[in-house]
Design a protein around this ligand. Structure first.
Ligand SMILES: [Zn+2]
Ligand SMILES: [Zn+2]
Length: 289
């Protein structure tokens, strides 16, 4: 059976999904489901690989995250005030369509970055490995660790990505003429919503793993499938984690699966480079003792 057919078969029945992904609706301590898992956990905070990965979170990394979160929030507020000042009701439809395109692009970006980090590279890569790939490895073998991370650890990297876009918007509002701003307003709406949803992606992802105490507005947005729903994301957490990479709204997961987008990309990269997809992810998953 091909990898995609296998994934499709795995994800079609609720029973398969529950049997092959981690229990989450316990108080986030990931109870073992059988005797073997008590001594050799397949996932959760007692998994040796997960403990090793958690210990690699450094103070230098934490500082980078704090700086990115504050810089990003400041730029978001500055850009929002510029956008409010130049807002024109007559262009509302164009602005809403551009904003919607921004949300869809953010969902694709979340899938692409997530797929890239899950599938390729390793913790041993200089700079990137310990700082940016490590959280993805940890998340597969201890999925609810994200619910125990604070705001900075959860969102630091996602608040870093939109900074160039937000700086660009800020630059344009400061230096372009009123007429130029009028012409570019739809582009700014697109980039602004893209930036907001990229920044919020891991918070939305965290909420999809949180089974207790979520605010009503969050569960409502999950139910409306505007935020990634819990059941939808669980499809990704079936070993070997080869599908449903989009984690913002999750809107693109099904269409991308339908056209075999990720598996085709993986086959091309493997044919060109010889690298096996998810080799490093599998290595960490096997560090059970
Ligand atoms: Zn993943
Ligand atoms: Zn997840």
């Amino acid at each position: 059976m091909s990898a995609v057919a296998h994934a499709a078969a795995m994800t079609t029945t609720e029973q398969c999904l529950l049997a092959n992904s981690m229990l989450e609706d316990d108080p986030n301590d990931n109870s073992a489901t059988n005797e073997e898992e008590k001594t050799k956990p397949r996932w959760g905070p007692s998994h040796k690989g997960a403990q090793e990965l958690a210990s690699l979170y450094s103070t230098g990394k934490r500082s980078q995250e704090v700086i990115c979160v504050w810089l990003c929030i400041t730029l978001m507020l500055v850009d929002l005030s510029f956008m409010a000042f130049h807002f024109n009701y007559q262009r509302l439809t164009t602005i809403l369509l551009a904003a919607l395109a921004g949300v869809i692009t953010a969902d694709f970006t979340s899938g692409f970055v997530h797929w890239g980090a899950d599938t390729w590279g390793s913790i041993e890569l200089p700079v990137l490995g310990k700082n940016f790939i490590r959280p993805f490895r940890e998340h597969h073998i201890d999925p609810t660790s994200i619910t125990r991370h604070d705001f900075i650890e959860t969102n630091g990297d996602n608040f870093m990505l939109p900074i160039p876009f937000l700086l660009y918007i800020c630059y344009c509002f400061c230096w372009h003429s009123h007429q130029q701003i009028e012409q570019q307003y739809a582009l700014f709406s697109y980039l602004y919503l893209l930036a907001i949803f990229v920044a919020l992606t891991n918070q939305i992802h965290k909420w999809s793993h949180t089974y207790f105490g979520l605010p009503r507005w969050v569960t409502l947005l999950q139910d409306l499938h505007i935020f990634l729903p819990k059941r939808h994301h669980r499809t990704h957490h079936v070993s070997p984690h080869e599908t449903y990479f989009c984690i913002t709204t999750g809107w693109l997961n099904y269409p991308l699966e339908l056209i075999h987008f990720w598996s085709t990309l993986e086959s091309i990269i493997e044919a060109l480079t010889g690298y096996k997809p998810r080799a490093d992810d599998l290595k960490w998953a096997q560090k059970r003792l």
